[in-house]
Design a protein around this ligand. Structure first.
Ligand SMILES: NC(=O)c1ccc[n+]([C@@H]2O[C@H](COP(=O)([O-])OP(=O)(O)OC[C@H]3O[C@@H](n4cnc5c(N)ncnc54)[C@H](OP(=O)(O)O)[C@@H]3O)[C@@H](O)[C@H]2O)c1
Length: 245
């Protein structure tokens, strides 16, 4: 993959999967503009990335369209163009439907759906004018394979909505050389979970394992380098979407 002087925007870049994707892309020579809400956590991430001159960050809630604008304006001013958008910022709340609150619904719709739509819309405008690009979003395999032990109708609604939108947008943009894909992780060991809690989730995959951020990074890098692949949702879930076990 020739990535010299390519630029990526990564949302959710200060932690977990987004941080690991940022680190991997920087390692391949990408410039990265990273986003999360907390400036302090982004500064901490920059420290862990050895203050790479190819990493800049823009703090703000990704549900706010002005933040998507700021990400693209910063990337273009600093690095000239955007080649890859990785939508990683997301929220997850699992509850029986009767227990979900309006706040839960707003959080999950805002972070996941608006956090997909506004950056993807800016990416579509920029990438079609710029000759091409790639949009990859991190969804969740539970949207494709619900589990009776993890009632989560709103995550299924919003992450499943992105999975559907990926195919629609891939078709819309294919002739303009913009690819659109998603990765649907199963349980991945990140700070999203309480420390040690992932051990309790091993039974949620037939492999009996939980995933690592590197498992997701591998899939992101595969998609970033795959010129002929668009409109797919790649499960990275130890087989959880393969069927009943
Ligand atoms: N870990 C899993 O088991 C798992 C499974 C399936 C899917 N996923 C998906 O993978 C993605 C990454 O999750 P993760 O496990 O890496 O979580 P994480 O370690 O908690 O990281 C989440 C990142 O998103 C940022 N973020 C959260 N809300 C945001 C908002 N409204 N605007 C901007 N940034 C925001 C956080 O920073 P701030 O808090 O500072 O904003 C942080 O950088 C999410 O979309 C999640 O749904 C994770």
């Amino acid at each position: 993959m020739n990535t010299d002087s390519q630029t990526a925007i990564v949302t959710g870049a200060s932690s977990g999967i987004g941080f690991a994707v940022t680190e991997a892309l920087l390692g391949l020579g990408f410039n990265v503009v990273g986003n999360a809400r907390s400036d302090r956590r982004l500064i901490d991430a920059a420290t862990r990335l050895n203050h790479s001159s190819r990493f800049v960050h823009v703090a703000g809630d990704i549900a706010d369209p002005a933040v998507a604008d700021a990400l693209f304006e910063t990337a273009i001013a600093r690095f000239r163009s955007v080649d890859v958008l990785v939508n990683c910022a997301g929220a997850f709340v699992a509850k029986p439907i009767v227990d979900y609150t309006e706040e839960d619904l707003d959080l999950l719709i805002n972070t996941n759906l608006k956090g997909f739509f506004y950056p993807a819309q800016r990416a579509a405008r920029h990438m079609t004018a710029n000759g091409g690009g790639h949009i990859v979003s991190i969804t969740a395999s539970i949207a494709m394979q619900p589990h009776v032990r993890v009632p989560s109708v709103i995550p299924a609604l919003v992450k499943g909505g992105i999975n559907a939108a990926v195919r629609a947008l891939a078709l819309e943009l294919a002739a303009r050389n913009v690819r659109v894909n998603a990765i649907a992780p199963g349980v991945i060991d990140t700070p999203l979970h309480e420390p040690g809690a992932v051990e309790n989730y091993r039974a949620l995959a037939p492999s009996g394992a939980v995933g690592t951020t590197q498992d997701v990074v591998d899939a992101v890098l595969y998609l970033v380098g795959s010129r002929f692949v668009t409109g797919v949702v790649v499960p990275v879930d130890g087989g959880a979407t393969a069927g009943v076990w």
